[in-house]
Design a protein around this ligand. Sequence first.
Ligand code: ATP
Ligand code: MG
Length: 277
Amino acid sequence: MARRRQALSAVELPLPQRTRIFTVVNQKGGVGKTTTAVNLAAALAQGGARVLVLDLDPQGNASTALGIDHHADVVSTYDVLIDGESLASAIAVSPQNERLFVVPSTIHLAGADLELAGMERREHRLRMALDAYLSDVRDAPHYVFIDCPPSLGLLTINAFTAATEVLLPIQCEYYALEGVSQLLDTIERIKAHLNPTLDLSTVLLTMFDGRTLLSRQVVDEVRKHFPQETLDAIIPRSVRVSEAPGYGQTVIAYDPNSPGALSYREAAAEIARRGTA
Ligand code: ATP
Ligand code: MG
């Protein structure tokens, strides 16, 4: 641990030339999407990058973990998607880091899939808002992370259309790869019809328990499936990671030297290096 801490404190994270937009997606629930989005965002911000998190899940867990209010009256991703509000008007700064920005979600988003269904350019609304923001803003974010709900509905499709990269978290559990082929089919369809440059660039193994044979088998299987995409860093199952949101914090802020925080910082460093390689 001391050696890993040392190694991390020595690395300077390279910054990308252009904004990298990650959609964090897996239609399976509870695999670590939100935990991954907020902790990678926090780790990259800590490493010097400007990072924007878009909460596209009505549960608002990403907003909570980043210490951002998301009661019903807050300007949110709902207003951006449905009412055409500007992204800039909905951005809040996380109290955890001055370079960490958030567009929260509210409970209104729970009905947005249905509302979007009848709208014009319904698959493109997030991309249009993000394009407008990025072309206008003075200090554009280096990274955008979009936290998706556990479904492949229109919210997630908006995220796919807006993104440059897909980040797929996979939980080291039974049926880890269940649903992944459906997800890959969906990504192919998105590439064919909506966003030709979308790239499934990153797979991250989450909630690893080194004591179980199962966890190690999942790691092997996922690495076989995604040899290029899977990060070397693996996120361990850790109580500190699950406690942090209860304090309105990422584990990067809550306990920066805990095993979970170190692993997310290592994953963030890998992502930063790969993007400029
Ligand atoms: P949903 O599909 O509901 O949006 P999700 O994929 O976003 O879920 P998370 O909310 O990130 O998943 O994680 C699910 C639960 O597992 C949460 O209670 C979270 O605190 C916990 N958890 C995530 N990662 C870890 C970890 N490395 N160690 C321990 N607990 C974790
Ligand atoms: Mg989530």
